[in-house]
Design a protein around this ligand. Sequence first.
Ligand SMILES: [Zn+2]
Length: 198
Amino acid sequence: MSKRCREPERTCVGCRVSQAQASLVRYVLSPQQQLLVDYRQKLPGRGVYTCCDIDCVVKAVERKQLQRGLKVPQLEVDSDQIVMAIIETLLQRIENLLGMARKSGQAVSGSQAVLNGIRRNEGFAFVLLSDDVSTGIATKVLSAAENRRIEVFQMFSKGRIGEILGKGERSVAALQAGKLANAIRLEVQRYKRMSREN
Ligand SMILES: [Zn+2]
């Protein structure tokens, strides 16, 4: 990374690689001496960091590096619980951001509307397919998106996507390119690394 880049860096206690602090997950101790995931990196006190990657969390826990970094070597820490807590936070973040996209008119939903948008080159950043989308719709959307080199993510049920976007069931949605779409893409990538869906 360039020396001119002033972004603060921290070392992941799992893989020992230094990265931009903002891209890492921070952990702190609660006043009750419990390990807390400080996703927004705002909580006071000593913090330790891992990559937003399940492998680094597991490694850090196996080697007791979280405890060591927080100076509580005797603390019991469960990597499954940590991973679940991070995944829940990530899903909540993604849902909130998708909700914001809907409110600001940057989300399109419904297979026909999305297919039309892709064909008319309406500037989608990415397409979201539900986990339970029908094969027929998935095939059409995937091939249209591939033609235009638009990224496709698959997550949430069609019921959940519909709820987030304030509609009935929606197995397909698309986001207009922009800051919000970039923020969502980042969280989706983090979600995939944390849930081993690479
Ligand atoms: Zn790491």
